[in-house]
Structures are given as C-alpha cells and as structure tokens.
Design a protein around this ligand. Sequence first.
Ligand SMILES: Cc1cc2nc3c(=O)[nH]c(=O)nc-3n(C[C@H](O)[C@H](O)[C@H](O)COP(=O)(O)OP(=O)(O)OC[C@H]3O[C@@H](n4cnc5c(N)ncnc54)[C@H](O)[C@@H]3O)c2cc1C
Length: 388
Amino acid sequence: MAKRVVIVGGGSGGTILANDLDPHTYEVTVVSASASHMFQPALLYVAMRGAPAAIARDERGLLPSRVRFIQDAVAEVDLTAQTVMTAGGERLPYDEVVLATGILTDPGQIPGLAEVNAAIGDYHSTAAQAQKLWRQLDAFRGGTIALGQASPVCKCPPSPLEGVLLAEELIRRRGLRDKTRIVYFTPYPRAYPAKPMDEIVAPILAARGIEVMPFFDLDRIDPATRTLYSIEGDQIACDLPIVVPPFIGADIAYRPAEVLDASRLVVTDRQSLRVKGVEHAFAIGDGTNLPTSKAGVGAHLEAKTVAAALAGRPAVFEGRTNCPFDMGHGFGTFVVGSYTAPVVKSPPTRWKHFMKMAFARLYWLELRGWLDPVIDVYFRMTAPKPAP
Ligand SMILES: Cc1cc2nc3c(=O)[nH]c(=O)nc-3n(C[C@H](O)[C@H](O)[C@H](O)COP(=O)(O)OP(=O)(O)OC[C@H]3O[C@@H](n4cnc5c(N)ncnc54)[C@H](O)[C@@H]3O)c2cc1C
C-alpha cells in the first residue's frame, strides 16, 4: 500500500515537493489555507512600480492530478498520533508529514504599526496591501520616506533594501529627488547584515543619497506624527513610513508544543530537515528555524532534500542561499552562501538583473519541476566555496 504523505502548506516548498514525489510510492495530500498561490517576489513591483496585481494562480492547477488538494486551514498537527486536523474538522492520518506553512506578517507586535500598516500598506503580505502602498508612493510629491525592517527575521533578506532602492529610483525618475530625503533603517549594524554584501550595497546607497540608520530596533510608531522610535533611543520623523513588519509562524497547534520556538517557527534539524525530537515529520521553507535565508530558493532546495530522503536517497541540506537582489536602475545581484561558505561578494550587473526578471516568468514551471535540469546545473556552477 502507498505511504500517506500529508504536506501542510501549498506555497513554494509544498508545491515543489508535491510535484516531486513518486505517485507509485506515495499517496500525497496537500492541505493549504488558500486556494490560490501567489508569486510573492512580484509584490515588490506591485508596490514600487504599480505593476499588475494579478500575481497568483489556482493552486489546484499547479499540482499533479493524482495529488489530493484540500483547501482548508490546518488547526492542529499531532506529531505523536500522526494526524493532521483541519479547521473544517477533517482528520488526516499520515505516515509522513511535511510542514511547509511559511510565515506571516504580524504588525501587531509593534505599538502603532498595525495602524500605520493599515493606512500605508506593505509589500510582504497581500497584493491589496502592495497596491495600497503603490497608491501612497504614486501620490508622493516630496518629503521624507523612511523604509526599513522592523525585526531581524525577514522574508527574503534583500527585500527591504530592494524596496528602498526601487523607491529611490521611482522618486528620481519623477524629478522629486531634490525634494525627498530617504532614510533606510535596520536593526543590524550595517545596511546588509552579511559584510561582503554590505561592501557592495553601502557605496550604492551612499551614491544615491540614501541615509542608513543602523542599530534601529523599531520600538513603536506614533501614527499621528508618523514618527518611528527605536529601542536604542533614536527617532525618525517622516511623511511616508514604509515598514517591513515582524513575521510569525502559522497559527497551528502542535503536539508536542515544544516543536515551535517563540516565533512559532518549527524547530528543524539543519541538515536532515526532520522536525527535532519527533519521527516521520519534516519541515521546509520559511516556517522553519533553519539558520539560512527565508527565500523561495531555500524552499526549493529543502523540498528537493525531503523528496530525496523520502525516496531513500542521500539527503543533506547544505544551507545554500541564492537570493536575487534588484538594486534599481536595471542592476541586480545574487546573495549566495551556505552553512559552510560565507556570503560571496558579488557585484551588480545588468545580466543578473535580467535573470531575476526572467525568473518571474519561469516560476510556475519551476514549481512543476520542469526546470530541474537547468536549475541543478546553475546551482552546481554557482556553488560558493567553503571557508578555509
Ligand atoms: C517582497 C518579496 C520578495 C521576495 N523575493 C524573492 C526572490 O527574489 N527570490 C526568492 O527565492 N524568494 C523571494 N521571496 C521569498 C519567497 O516568496 C518565500 O521565501 C517563499 O514563498 C517561501 O516558501 P514557503 O513554501 O516556505 O512558504 P509560502 O510560499 O509562503 O507558502 C506557505 C503556504 O502555507 C499555507 N498556510 C499557512 N498557514 C496555514 C495553515 N494554518 N494551514 C494550511 N496552510 C497554511 C499558505 O496558504 C501558503 O500556501 C520574496 C518574498 C517577498 C515577500
């Protein structure tokens, strides 16, 4: 009899895995809170360029017909009894479970941010929020823009800097640069957390006149005056606060509860991707506590690692990252590293920007596994060298 695999979450990781599993060996069920699948990197362009907001597709259509798809939120995962319970009351026993639930923005963690977020929008949650932010930028006629991340954990680590660089490009193109102060704030000691990449980014920010405020742990915002206050005692008064909110793991009750950390991230073995302390359970993607970038590329490689493990092949996740980074004005780069290799100092080029933009068109094929041979060669060719 085929083994029952339940995949919780139909985002990048869950969908890639469901397409990879052998239908003769596994009876696969994907349970996802949403019927649609959003290409999240496009939120940046909806918010900063006014690009079309139709960036999602029907999840069912991205899965092989043999995979059962249930659109429902999962309420509970009992890792001891090996069952998944949906909010609608369906009980799904499993032989193996894979948790691929991503992370959610949680502006309520910071006083004043929920109000500001509701008024201004953001580019890390929904297309409607990204459109709202675009309307704010589109109507902006000069003043101070403050853009940054509220907490160290961030979906797609380059995305806060991508936001400020694209906002600057927009303001410059509109002839508003002389009338606009742009401040980038970050809880880290420098603009990009990894030093080799900061050595690339810092001169670009300086050349474009973007002020950087490091060590800015956002404590609270006064929505009336649009002033941001940090735990360290600094403040930024601005006209347009664009804040990447804090994130939190999915709202699912686990037994045992100890598999979650304080941010509701699943405590996961960094190489085997097994949920720590329990059997027959894996976790992949943004919803894990793995010490690597929260990015679609990671979710891809983690899904492939779990597929290999389930197929009985050697399966070790090496923490590889390969985050595309749009630096504005037609230039881009990639943030490449792994558990053993420090981030590569990779200068921006037009070609790398083109690759980022081209990938947006290829994403839907990637989910189905149709690009695997090309992607495998690319990862081999661009593998970072381990530290000596
Ligand atoms: C602005 C922006 C730019 C980005 N740019 C890039 C980029 O250039 N390159 C890159 O590689 N990555 C990028 N990313 C990150 C990338 O989109 C994510 O890292 C990736 O989608 C993570 O995949 P995942 O499967 O872990 O989670 P997700 O794709 O977020 O999927 C999570 C799934 O879990 C489901 N779910 C949640 N809760 C429940 C529940 N209770 N029950 C059932 N289902 C549930 C959701 O409905 C969803 O289907 C970007 C993200 C943003 C926001």
